[in-house]
Design a binder for this molecule. Structure first.
Ligand SMILES: *Cc1c(COP(=O)(O)O)cnc(C)c1O
Length: 344
């Protein structure tokens, strides 16, 4: 099976399984799991923050962070195609009573500074208080676009002017760093908190990490507890997380290379279209021309030939490259896709 639905379908490496087997464990609610502590220290060091906290998922990482920045009735400014707004079950509103204030995401994953400025609330008893800006890097819905450190700095300055905090949904921040050939700290130094995923392209089975100051992480720990996320011998999942951050980052460039090959191949297939200049990391979106094969038929016929990907719009599809997807698999995927398009 060539599964390009997401980089979350990756399985742990042998080294990760061995690390789980031999992990030193303790009760992390007492802060006594040495493997969790080691991962948190390592993550904080990598991200250039004072402290870090292991959480169950990216959704929990974002929620814990937003809960830590904002009180009920306050507002978060975020992009209208951000993962937090679209794909996290309205968690910040549902659990936190925190209102999302959406601003238009540009195709490159940014939101324009004037749009942010316009969304900031003044001091008026009718209005919610603005508290936080959320950015997403890389931007999932915007073809895995990379927000540059320069752009992030400009948002940080804008936030400072209005006394707002900045949280980064950094689910795929290592993809951004590898794409620009820079250190992740180039991005993270412009934000107050961030949450990154161990379980996407880095191939760990479970987990995300929230990073911030000591004070922020102390409060985030309380909020994690509120959500039922205090875990006991969590070293079992921290152990493969350590392998993920130490061994799986450099190879992300293979995923980016494979995504480029895939995108160029798709551009050659009659009836499919793709914006090649949008492809910067491991996520590609493409469109199916009108009056061609029906979208569900395309998915079904490819599925029969053991190629899987996601439909994300009426005639729009997403493919994500990841660990376990080789160049050969990319060639096969293109052959299957071309064949189905030509013969349906
Ligand atoms: C996957 C993802 C998340 C959430 O991660 P889960 O572990 O699936 O909850 C958050 N933000 C972005 C941009 C993502 O792609």
């Amino acid at each position: 099976m060539i599964d390009l639905r997401s980089d979350t379908v990756t399985l742990p490496t042998h080294e990760m399984r061995d690390a789980m087997q031999s992990a030193e464990l303790g009760d992390d609610v007492f802060c006594e799991d040495p493997t969790v502590n080691k991962l948190q220290t390592k993550a904080a060091e990598l991200m250039g923050t004072e402290a870090a906290l292991l959480v169950a998922s990216g959704t929990m990482g974002n929620l814990v962070s937003v809960l830590t920045h904002c009180r009920r009735g306050e507002e978060v400014i975020l992009g209208d195609t951000s993962h937090i707004f679209l794909n996290e079950a309205a968690s910040i509103a549902h659990v936190g009573g925190i209102q999302p204030h959406c601003v238009l995401n540009q195709p490159d994953g940014t939101v324009r500074l004037p749009d942010i400025e316009a969304a900031v609330r003044g001091d008026n008893e009718h209005w919610p208080r603005s508290r936080l800006i959320c950015l997403e890097n890389t931007h999932n819905r915007c073809s895995g676009a990379v927000l540059t450190p320069e752009y992030m700095e400009s948002v940080a300055l804008c936030a400072q002017t209005h006394d707002l905090a900045v949280h980064l949904d950094a689910a795929r921040i290592f993809n951004a760093a590898v794409a620009l050939g820079c250190d992740v700290k180039e991005f993270t130094r412009h934000v107050d908190s961030l949450s990154f995923c161990l379980s996407k392209g880095l191939s760990a089975p479970v987990g995300s990490i929230v990073c911030g100051t000591h004070d922020f992480i102390r409060e985030a720990r309380r909020n994690r507890k509120v959500l039922g996320g205090g875990m006991r011998q969590a070293g079992i999942i921290a152990a493969p997380g350590l392998v993920a951050v130490e061994k799986m980052v450099e190879r992300l460039k293979e995923d980016h290379e494979n995504a480029r090959i895939l995108a160029h191949g798709i551009a050659e297939i009659s009836g499919l279209s793709i914006e090649l200049e949008q492809v910067q990391t491991n996520i590609i979106y493409f469109d199916l021309a009108a009056h061609h094969v029906k979208p569900d038929e395309l998915l079904q016929r490819c599925g029969e030939k053991r190629l899987m990907f996601l439909q994300t719009g009426p005639r729009r599809f997403r493919m994500v490259t990841h660990y376990g997807i080789t160049k050969t698999a990319i060639d096969s995927a293109l052959t299957i896709l071309a064949d189905v398009m030509a013969n349906t």
